[in-house]
Design a protein around this ligand. Structure first.
Ligand SMILES: Nc1ncnc2c1ncn2[C@@H]1O[C@H](COP(=O)(O)OP(=O)(O)O)[C@@H](O)[C@H]1O
Ligand SMILES: [Mg+2]
Length: 238
């Protein structure tokens, strides 16, 4: 018996103006999986994330969340339906405190879930607690990334989408964020991470999907990817 995916993406075509960027992109994420969407710079990872969120309109294809079609809805409604997106530029409120940023993100999940009170956030993100009254614009890049993830969790998403969470951060911070995402996976969260940094994902994802030139070229378990030299060489080597 197969379980229903949390999110299923089918046959997405996306254009920017007249140039086609995504070609029939499909992927699905099962409950409790951490799916890495891997590919080189310009492969179409961010566009895929934006298309799922309704921020980049798809000309063809559909996105379903727990079997319900959400493509075609406004981004706000897609977020309400249970997709929590942390974009590449993080979009925290720089003039507000850490705690205000968290509280701004608070909402119940699509089925009334209220699993992320501020106290749990500080348990999972202990670095944020002593910074709670600090203005978010003063935080380091790594702290801002943690805040952006924490704020999105405050919205009790059924699926957390992270666009390049390791980008531009020092190796030690990348490691901390990796630990945090492993911990989230352990707590049963369902996550889709777009990353250029395959090594960052190898230790924390359960599955991998590889995109190249706007097309999905591979999808399997993370163990399969680790064992598959040719896919790694062909699509992921720098
Ligand atoms: N706003 C845009 N307008 C036109 N082309 C874009 C825009 N954003 C991205 N692209 C192009 O779409 C392709 C995929 O980009 P993107 O999804 O950002 O890739 P990735 O996130 O994998 O680096 C690239 O060729 C990029 O130049
Ligand atoms: Mg990107």
């Amino acid at each position: 018996m197969s379980t229903q995916p949390v999110v299923q993406v089918e046959d997405l075509d996306v254009y920017y103006g007249t140039s086609q960027i995504l070609f029939g992109v499909g992927l699905s994420v099962q409950p409790g999986e951490t799916m890495a969407l891997l590919g080189r710079n310009g492969a179409g990872k961010s566009t895929t994330m934006k298309a799922i969120m309704g921020l980049a309109p798809a000309r063809r294809g559909r996105v379903t969340l727990h079997g319900r079609v959400v493509s075609g809805l406004k981004p706000y409604h897609i977020a309400r339906a249970g997709l929590g997106f942390v974009p590449e530029d993080r979009q925290i409120f720089p003039d507000h405190t850490v705690e205000d940023n968290l509280v701004i993100g608070r909402k119940k999940g699509p089925d009334g879930q209220d699993e992320w009170p501020v106290k749990r956030i500080y348990d999972v993100f202990p670095l944020l607690e002593p910074l709670r009254y600090r203005v978010a614009g003063r935080l380091s890049g790594g702290e801002q990334q943690m805040l952006a993830i924490a704020r999105t969790l405050m919205g009790n998403p059924a699926l957390l989408l992270l666009d390049e969470p390791s980008e531009g951060l020092a190796p030690i911070i990348v490691q901390r964020i990796g630990e945090l995402l492993r911990q989230l996976r352990g707590s049963g969260a369902t996550v889709l991470i777009a990353e250029q940094n395959m090594h960052f994902c190898l230790g924390l994802a359960s599955h991998a999907t590889v995109i190249d030139k706007g097309q999905i070229v591979y999808s399997a378990s993370i163990e399969d990817l680790k064992a598959n030299d040719s896919i790694r060489q062909r699509y992921l080597a720098l």
